[in-house]
Design a protein around this ligand. Sequence first.
Ligand code: SF4
Length: 476
Amino acid sequence: MSKRLYIETVGCQMNLLDSEMVVASLRRHGYELTDQPQQADTVLFNTCSVRQHAEEKTYSSLGKLKQHKQRHPQTTIGVLGCMAQKDQQLIFARAPYVDFVVGPGQLQEIPKLIAQAKSGANQQLAVGLGRRDGSLEEIKRSHETFDPLRDPQMRSSPYQAYLRIQIGCDKFCTYCVVPNTRGPEQGRPPQQIEAEARVLADQGTKELTLLGQTVNSYRHTAGESTTRLSDLLGRLQEVEGIERLKFVTNFPGDMTDDLLHAVRDLSKVSPYLHLPLQSGSNRILQRMKRGYTLEVYDEMMTKIHDTIPGTAVSSDFIVGFCGETEDDFQLTVDAAAKYRFKNSFIFKYSERPGTRAADRLVDDVPLAVKQRRNQELLALQNQISEAGNQAFLGRAVKVLVEGPSKREIRHPSSGELVQMTGRTHCDRIVVWDGNRRQSGQLLAVTIFDASAHTLFGQVVTEHVGPEVFALRTPDA
Ligand code: SF4
C-alpha cells in the first residue's frame, strides 16, 4: 500500500529545491504526495527563518495539527530547513508532538528518521554544527548539500529547474540568519553540476537557474585548478537541450569582469542580473555590513550597462533597518530612481534572533514608519517597472513557454485553455492567448500591452524566421 506524504514549503528557491529532493527520495521509499495534511501518514514542514512572519506561519500550521496528532498518533510530523536549524529544541518545546527536527544539511537522513519515528523512537534532532562549534572542515561537513535526485513532478514547470551550485554564506550581513542556518559557503564540484544539468536536460528542462546565496562568488578548487561561475556557465552552455541559463542571487561586491563577459558572450546566459542593493545610504550599508558603498555599487552598474547594454537588473531592499532616518531612506529612494531596476523585492526590516543586528543594534524604526517607507518605495518601483515594460510595446520577444497561466482562462465553448504564460530571456513575465501544446516551446510573441509586472502579447503566427529573433536586443 502506498504511503502518503504532505509537504509544506515556505521561503526561497533553495527551500523549493530542497523539498523537490526530499520528495524524490521519499518516492523511492514508496510515498505518494497528497495535498491534505489530514490524509497524510507523514507531514513535513520545510521552513524559513529569514523573516519572523515565515516562522509564525509554520508554528501556526503546526498548531493546526495538534489535535490531529492526538487522534492519529501514528502520523509522523517533521520540521525541516532553516527554522529547524535555528530553533532546534525550541520546536519540540512549542510543538511537543513533532517527531523530528532536521536542518538543511541533514535532509538525506529523512527516510531513516521517518522509519525510526514510525517504529516508536523518541523525538529526534538532526542539525548542522554552529559556526563556532568545531573546525571549519567539521562545520562544512555538517552542512552537506543534498542534490542527487531530481523529481520533475515537484517542479511548477517541467521546462524549468533550479540547480544548486553553492550552499552557505560567509558574508555575515548583520540582519541575516543564513550564515548560521546554512553554514559556511561551499561550491559544489563542477563535474557534479554538469552531470546534474545533463540529467535535467534529459528530463526536458530548457531553462536552468543556478542557485547560491552569493552565486557569483562561486568557486571550486581542485588541485591547481579553480572553477569560477563564468567557467561553469561556459561548460553549461555546451549542454544540449538547455536553452537558457540564469543565476541568483548575486552579491554586488563580487561582480567580476569575467562574469560580465560570460553574460555578454554566452548566448544561453540570460541578460538578467539580480543584484540586491538593500539601501542607498552608506551609513545603513555599513550597519548592515554589506561590504560595499553606494559608490562601489554605482561603478558596478556603469560597468554592467557598458558591457552588456540593455541588461535587466533587479534588486532587493530592506526599509526601516536599525537607525534608518528619513534622510537615509531618501537616499534609497534616490538610488531606486537612478538605477531603474526591472523589479525589486522590498521588505520591512524584521529582527532575527541570533544575528549581529539583534545583538548589537536597536530595532528603533516604528512599524508604521516601516510600512509607509515600504509603500513609498514600492509605488516608485511599480512606476519604474511599468515604464520599463512599456518599452516593449510593439516588439517581438522570444518567450520560453512555462504553461497555463495561474488564472487558467479557458475558451467558453471548447474549454480549451486560452491563457498561457512564459518569460523573456531577461526574465519578464509574458501572458497571451494560446494553448497547452505550446508549453516548453520558444515562441515569438508580439507585445501589445504592459503593466508593472506583466507583458501582454500575441503569438506571431506568420513564418518566424531568424530575422524576428535577430530583432531582439539583449534585453529581450
Ligand atoms: S550575503 Fe548577506 S543577506 Fe545574503 S545570505 Fe549572505 S549574509 Fe544573508
